[in-house]
Design a binder for this molecule. Sequence first.
Ligand code: GAR
Length: 191
Amino acid sequence: MVVKKIAILFSGNGTNLQNLIEKLHNKVFDDTKIEVALTISNKKDVYGIKRSQKFGIEPIVIENKAFNSREEFDKELVGVIKKQNIDLVVLAGFMRILSSVFTQNVKAINIHPSLLPLFKGANAIEESFNSDEKFGGATVHYVSEELDGGEIIIQKSFEKTLDMNIDEFEKHIHKIEYDIFPKAVIAVLTK
Ligand code: GAR
């Protein structure tokens, strides 16, 4: 059996972080055991920290505001990740634009709350809800230098109905995220 270590990076509520830990941590898939070896938040006092602690995984807090540049922050992140021999970095609501210092040094995947390439950026849920698109959804993709632009791993959609309000729309998106994100991690680590 091989053990693959992942690091989960987050910035906020951490529902995807919790879902990933519940479904993947110390579980075996096709002879591959996945270990959530590291969780990192770029913000202190966010609820995701408590969620991680509940599973006995103490997050490392690296506040981006303590660094003078994007590159310096990314260098610190990469250093911490490399020290732990991480096989895959998983961005779960990590609300940072990453420089090449990060993207060229670690293999990472990201979840995004839209059907990429539609609605890149930080306001994807609101923008896709307010658009004329008939479907909403979520995408897991490799992290590249282009924001929300790396190769797509899994994408799933749902139909947007006229009676749906934005809260219901958002709930649908999260439900899809909790389904496809663990599957994408397993797919990447067992291929
Ligand atoms: C998720 O919906 C994720 O897709 C989104 O942030 C949310 C985090 O929620 N990420 C992005 O918008 C990245 N551009 P969570 O903290 O409860 O997992």
